[in-house]
Design a protein around this ligand. Structure first.
Ligand SMILES: NC(=O)c1ccc[n+]([C@@H]2O[C@H](COP(=O)([O-])OP(=O)(O)OC[C@H]3O[C@@H](n4cnc5c(N)ncnc54)[C@H](OP(=O)(O)O)[C@@H]3O)[C@@H](O)[C@H]2O)c1
Length: 298
């Protein structure tokens, strides 16, 4: 089975690269070959190049880990965000339908408006608040409209040793400042990107064996916390490794930290459908913090 990953240099792309390199997953009747493409091999704003990828490689599976992910910058770059997160995704889905390929696409908890109080099910009504969430939802809807063989995985609060993320920002601020203030009234489910990569890889044998239940799933962390509580856990783990941590960590309200894009106050994702269907555990994000720290401090 020929697998192509888009978004090689991103957090998830790098984790997929590492895990595919360490062991090619196998099923009873299929061996997987993988190629990972960055922007230079497949620029999602270049629709001709996207089609060429299908014509040249005839992939059985496309894993789309590429996206416009800058939540605040998206407010001023709506056209680019829409091109990447919606129009390019729409084309990927049409090509998957035409070439009989499977599309595994990653979406976000930011498709929800945040008024929930218990972890969101896949069937919960969507109502994104900002440009990023809106374009990601349009991407999901475009995929569904093509009826290609599809797995959409909504994830949340992704962090890892790669790229930019909240954990790395906390480590940097902890090194620079004695006092850090973190929002304590937005709740979500942090997800270690290596766990998400593993979850995606675990789906492949189901595809190879033609037993994959297509649809939309949630894969995220195993418990819900605020950004402040997430930061507390990061600094607790960092302290255990004798890294510099701030003397004072203060909990603040969203109103005290205004951002260009509004964020959902509550965007925890229920992972039961995914974990039940594919016999996987949700992301153990606390262990993920320890694994990330071990790697970034090596
Ligand atoms: N990060 C989160 O907290 C979070 C939460 C929920 C869902 N998600 C979703 O999870 C997926 C993976 O996120 P991530 O954190 O791994 O993202 P990331 O680290 O920001 O990586 C995004 C990737 O997209 C690529 N990209 C940007 N513009 C491109 C273009 N024009 N053509 C081709 N590739 C392009 C980037 O390449 P360059 O580096 O070369 O620009 C990068 O490899 C995304 O779909 C995102 O929406 C993320």
């Amino acid at each position: 089975m020929k697998i192509i990953v888009l978004g090689r240099s991103g957090q998830l792309g790098q984790c997929l690269l590492e895990q595919f390199s360490s062991s090619e997953p196998q099923s009873n009747d299929a061996t997987f070959t993988t190629q990972l493409f960055g922007k230079s091999e497949c620029d999602l704003t270049n629709f001709h190049q996207i089609r060429e990828v299908f014509l040249t490689h005839s992939p059985d599976v496309i894993i789309n880990a590429a996206a416009y992910t800058a939540v605040d910058a998206a407010e001023d770059n709506a056209v680019l965000a829409d091109n990447l997160n919606h129009k390019a995704v729409s084309l990927l889905a049409e090509l998957c339908y035409e070439f009989d390929s499977v599309l595994i696409h990653i979406s976000t908890d930011y498709v929800f408006d945040g008024r929930g109080t218990t972890p969101y099910l896949e069937s919960a009504p969507t109502a994104p608040q900002g440009v990023y969430g809106t374009t990601k939802l349009l991407g999901e809807q475009a995929i569904a409209a093509t009826k290609c063989k599809q797995i959409i995985i909504r994830s949340a609060w992704i962090f890892s040793e790669h790229g930019s993320n909240f954990l790395k920002t906390m480590l940097r601020l902890g090194d620079e400042r004695d006092h850090i203030r973190v929002v304590d009234d937005q709740y979500g489910t942090p997800t270690y990107a290596q766990d998400l990569a593993r979850a995606i890889i675990e789906i492949l044998p189901y595809i190879a064996n033609k037993t994959c239940p297509w649809g939309t799933y949630h894969y995220a962390g195993n418990s819900t916390v605020s950004w402040f509580e997430f930061a507390q856990q990061i600094f607790s783990s960092a302290k255990a490794l004798s890294l510099k941590t701030p003397e004072k960590l203060s909990a603040i309200a969203t109103t005290e930290y205004p951002t260009p894009a509004p964020r959902p106050a509550y965007s925890a994702l229920s992972t039961e459908l995914f974990t039940g269907t594919f016999a996987m555990k949700p992301s153990d994000w606390r262990a993920g913090i320890d694994r990330t720290l071990a790697k970034v401090t090596k």
